[in-house]
Design a protein around this ligand. Sequence first.
Ligand code: M6R
Length: 366
Amino acid sequence: EKAGFDHFMLKEIHEQPKAYRDTMGSRISQTGDRVELKEVGMSAEQIRGIRNVHIVACGTAFHAGLIGKSVIEKLARIPVEIDVASEYRYRSPIITSDTLAIVVSQSGETADTLAALREAKRCGARVVAITNVVGSSVAREADDVIVTWAGPEIAVASTKAYTSQLIAFYLFGLHLAQTLGTMEAAEIAQTIAALQALPEQVEAILQEKDAIKRIAEDIAGHDNLFFIGRGLDYAVAMEGSLKLKEISYIHSEAYAAGELKHGTLALIEEGIPVIALATQDALFEKTVSNIKEVKARGAHVLGLANEGDHELEKAVDEVFAIPRTLPLLTPALSVIPLQLLAYYASLARGNDVDKPRNLAKSVTVE
Ligand code: M6R
C-alpha cells in the first residue's frame, strides 16, 4: 500500500508530479492557450460582478490560500482577503452578494472551514470549494467545486494536497483573468506552458533528495530554527515551518525577512539554522541583505534559490537550487525541498512520521 516507500508521506511527496498532471488534466485546452474550468458555473456576468474574494481555510490549506490570494490579485486584479477559518466568523467579515468566498479543504470535513462556508452562504456570497474529496461536506454545500485530483492523502502532514491546491488556484486565477480580460493571450499561454512544465521540474527536485536528507540530519540536532522569505517565499516559508513542527517537533518560526530586525533578530545566535528562501527575482537583493543580517549574528544559513543564481552562494553556507519557472509558480517547486526536509528531520529524530503526536488527519471539532 506504500508502494515500496517507507512512509505514506514519502510516497505522497513522490506522487506530486502525477497530482499536478491530474489536477491540470482536461482543464487546459488542447491548444494550450486557455483554461477550461467547466465545473465553475459562474457566468461571465457573475464573474464581472465579483467585488471581493474571501479565502478561508485551516493549516496547510490556509497556506495554499496565501498563494491563492497573490495569484488572484495578480492575474485577475480582484482584491482578496484571507482568514484562518477559526477566526473568520468572529470578526464580522463584510460579506455581500458580490463576495466570492473560496474555501480550501483537502478533506472537505474540517469543522471550522465548513462553518465559515455556511456563514458566507448565509450572507449571500457565492462559494467555490477547492477540495480533494468528491462528495465531502464542503463539496456538497458549495456552489462550485474544483476538485484537486491528488488521490487519497493518508499521512497527517499534507503534501500533495497542498501542491494540488496551488494548481487549482493557478487554474482558477487564469479562468477569472480570461473572463475579465486582465491578461494578454500570450501571457496566458506562457503561464499555461510553465504550469505544464512543473511536473518534470518536481521530478528533478526529487532526484536531489539525498542533499536535503543530509541537511535535515544536521537540523535534527537543533531545537529552534527560522524560515525567512519575502512575498510568495514568505508564504512558502510558513508552510515549510508548519510541516517541520508537525512531524519533527522542532520549534521553528517563519518570518517575513524584512521583519526580523523589528524584534526577532534578537533570537539569532551562533549556529542557529536559518532557511532562507530567495526565489523571487524582484525581491532578491532585499532578501540577500536580510540574509546578511542573520549571517552576521552567527546563523547557519541554507539558501533556497533558483538555478543559476550564483550570487546567493556568497551570502549563505549552503544552497539548494530549484529549477526556474515563472515567479508566481515558484511555490509549486520551492515547497518540495521543505517537505523533504521535514520528512527526513522527523525520520532522524525517530518520530512516527505519518502519525505525529496530538494530531488527526481531519479536524472535525471547532
Ligand atoms: O482537510 P483540510 O484541508 O481542511 O485540513 C486542514 C488542516 O487541518 C491541515 O491542512 C493540517 O494543517 C495538516 N495536517 C498540515 O500538514
